[in-house]
Write a protein that binds this ligand. Structure first.
Ligand SMILES: [Zn+2]
Length: 53
C-alpha cells in the first residue's frame, strides 16, 4: 500500500457526483440545530456528502 500524504482528502456528493477537497472552500456549510455543521454541495444543495478515500 502506498500513501500520498500530500494529496488532499476528497469529499463526494452522492446526489450529483461533485467532488472537492474535504472541508475546503469549494463546499458550502450549513448549521443544523440538531446535527451541527454539515457539508452542503454547492452544485445541488444536497447534504448527502461522503468522504472519498
Ligand atoms: Zn451535489
Amino acid at each position: 500500500m502506498s500513501h500520498e500524504p500530500s494529496r488532499q482528502p476528497q469529499s463526494h456528493c452522492v446526489s450529483c457526483g461533485y467532488e472537492a477537497a474535504t472541508g475546503g472552500d469549494d463546499w458550502e456549510f450549513v448549521e443544523s440545530p440538531s446535527l451541527g455543521r454539515m457539508t452542503s454541495c454547492p452544485e445541488c444543495g444536497s447534504t448527502n456528502v461522503t468522504l472519498r478515500r
